[in-house]
Design a protein around this ligand. Structure first.
Ligand code: F6R
Length: 589
């Protein structure tokens, strides 16, 4: 979940590497480091903090040399300290390594290397890569290809790393973590994400598992872990750069919340053939399992409900981190529908890998078309919402829901008429965005709450879960989504005078039941924020959403909660784009 970048070219590397790291900082942002190579000498600087802060302190951009590697970290092994920040060098200081992933056998490798005299400076698993490559390079020079193949076959776990050598070559290797080469007229990038080089080029080579790339003054060569030469196709990457910029907005998160009125429409831009394959595969499946993590898991819960309600098709939702323990009914007649923004979430990829081994068919709904998930799927549909930089999922979540409405309509003879309502949706979204001022005022009232509960029934329950996740990660307030009818079975004990409770209660078949539960908490002193199309005297604050087709409420009512979470973050002075301890792309299990 760290970002790694390497650059070799005719321009100075440091400014390019620093800019690339800023674009990929969503992947991890507790510390930063870069190393450059200038006239056969390695220069290395690193520190704790965000890219801008560390650059200001250490003048990273000023470092000389046309070869560089850089890293932003999301700590897994070892605290957030300067010595644990990457790049790591070995004892001879003639190579530097940046790594993303987890080396599972690092303890035994470290012990072995220490017995051979290597001295380690960090508590990270990553440092072993530098020492191992060093020890595999005879006399510190030797054959780079041989040293890399030997190193890669020794490492267990998941990794992508970039290594720069003082002789002026640069190399990368991957196993179960993404690594992409960007080709420019000026040189080469090796990066965790296309965002690392999209500003310079849209020509990319996506490395596969067990691929190695070595680039030196003679050009680029690709090998597998056995040292066999391989070749790869160059892909044209399509995202527009403007979308990475937050423009006039204070944060990516609020920009992305606002973008939803357009991004939902973009989710509808699908290739008909693919949609037909998707729907036919669902229709002919014996068993259907949705899987996803976090917000994508919540989207799957909505999808299951819609599929049952309108498609009359039974399915199950299994959280990706639990998937491996629920394999009993997965076989060749099963269809797995994986939902993911990044398409790189390790839990999701692991689930898919296991399902494939059981010969299940894999469908996916994914934002990053070039991701591992898209490439592993039998058929995928793109969410098409453009890069989502804010760590909390917003526009990708509503994009996932939109695609599912479209699929349900295909399967069920246009039961919800979602696509037909597209123009109407834009007005509705515009209307909800107009409520921003009122939502900000509500955030002011509840900003010091210790706990916030969100109640909803049926289709609203997944949104209660999603809303509570948004509040937790953006505002660092304990929040819990509760199926309204479950209150009396326990959670009611938590309600006291002024406990903040958000109630999802638009007019549908759940309306009266949820109102009854709301009465129960109101009479115990709760402060009620109602999200509904219908005013009720029980609400202390009312966020009035428009009246729509009953099945559309989930995709609408989530937006006020996204806005509320954002304003709670601002009031509590947390950074909504980069919540502490989190990373956008969770590529570790
Ligand atoms: C929540 C959030 C995370 C992700 C989860 C899955 O706001 O962003 O919970 O939803 O890590 O990520 P993807 O969808 O990329 O698989």
């Amino acid at each position: 979940m760290c970002s790694i970048i390497g650059f070799i070219g005719n321009s100075r590397a440091a400014p390019v590497v620093v800019e690339s790291l800023k674009k990929m900082e969503y992947r991890g942002y507790d510390s930063v480091g870069i190393a450059t190579i200038n006239s056969g000498k390695i220069m290395l600087k690193k520190g704790v903090g965000r890219v801008v802060e560390v650059n200001n302190q250490l003048n990273l951009m000023k470092m000389p040399g046309n070869i560089g590697v850089g890293h932003t970290r999301w700590a897994t092994h070892g605290g957030v300290t300067e010595s644990n920040a990457h790049p790591h060098d070995g004892c001879k200081k003639n190579i530097v390594v940046v790594h993303n992933g987890i080396i599972e056998n690092f303890r035994e490798i470290k012990k072995d290397l220490e017995q051979h005299g290597h001295i380690f400076k960090s508590q990270t698993d990553s440092e072993v890569i530098a020492h191992l490559i060093e020890s595999n390079l005879v006399d510190g020079k030797g054959n780079i290809k041989k040293a890399l193949t030997k190193t890669c076959t020794k490492l267990k776990g998941a990794f992508a790393f970039v290594v720069a050598f003082e002789d002026g070559s640069i190399a990368g290797a991957r196993l179960d973590e993404p690594l992409i080469i960007g080709l420019t007229n000026d040189g080469y990038f090796i990066s965790s994400d296309v965002l690392g080089f999209l500003e310079y080029t849209d020509r990319a080579i996506f490395l596969e598992n067990k691929d190695i790339v070595i680039i030196d003054k003679n050009g680029m060569n690709l090998f597998d872990f056995n040292g066999k030469k391989i070749s790869k196709q160059i892909t044209q990457v399509a995202w527009e750069l403007g979308e990475i910029d937050k423009g006039d907005y204070a944060h990516h998160t609020i920009k992305e919340i606002h973008e939803q009125k357009k991004s939902i429409e973009k989710a509808m831009l699908q290739d008909n053939e693919r949609v037909n394959i998707f729907c036919n595969t669902i229709r002919s499946a014996k068993n259907i399992f949705f899987t996803g993590s976090g917000s994508s898991y919540h989207a799957a819960l909505v999808a299951k409900n819609l599929l049952s309600r309108f498609g009359k098709i039974r399915s199950e939702v299994i959280m990706s981190s639990e998937f491996q323990y629920n394999l009993d009914n997965i076989d060749k007649d099963s269809v797995i529908i994986a939902i993911s923004q990044s398409g790189e979430t390790a839990d999701v990829l692991q689930s898919i890998k296991i399902a494939k081994e059981k010969n299940a068919k894999i469908l996916s709904i994914v934002n990053v078309h070039t991701s591992s998930l898209a490439r592993l799927s039998d058929c995928y549909l793109g969410i098409n919402c453009g890069p989502e930089i804010g760590v909390a999922a917003t526009k990708s979540f509503t994009g996932q829901l939109a695609i599912f409405y479209m699929i349900i309509d295909k399967i069920s003879d246009n039961a919800t008429r979602f696509v037909d309502n597209m123009k109407f949706f834009q007005e509705i979204f515009e209307g909800i965005i107009q409520l921003e001022g009122e939502i900000e005022r509500i955030a002011e009232v509840i900003k010091d709450a210790k706990d916030i509960y969100i109640l909803g029934k049926s289709l609203h329950y997944p949104i209660a879960l999603e809303g509570s996740l948004k509040i937790k990660e953006l505002a660092y307030i304990h929040a819990e989504g509760i199926a309204a009818g479950e209150l009396k079975h326990g959670p009611l004990a938590l309600i006291e005078n002024n406990t903040a409770v958000i109630v999802l209660n638009p007019e549908d078949e759940t309306f009266n039941d949820t109102l009854r539960s709301t009465n129960e908490i109101k009479s115990r002193g709760a402060y009620i924020i109602g999200i509904s199309n219908k005013e009720d005297i029980i609400f202390d604050r009312h966020i009035k959403i428009p009246t729509v087709n009953k099945s559309f409420y989930p995709i609408i009512e989530v937006i006020p909660i996204q806005l509320l979470s954002y304003y709670l973050a601002l009031k509590r002075e947390t950074n909504p784009d980069y919540p502490r301890n989190l990373a956008k792309s969770v590529t570790v299990r």
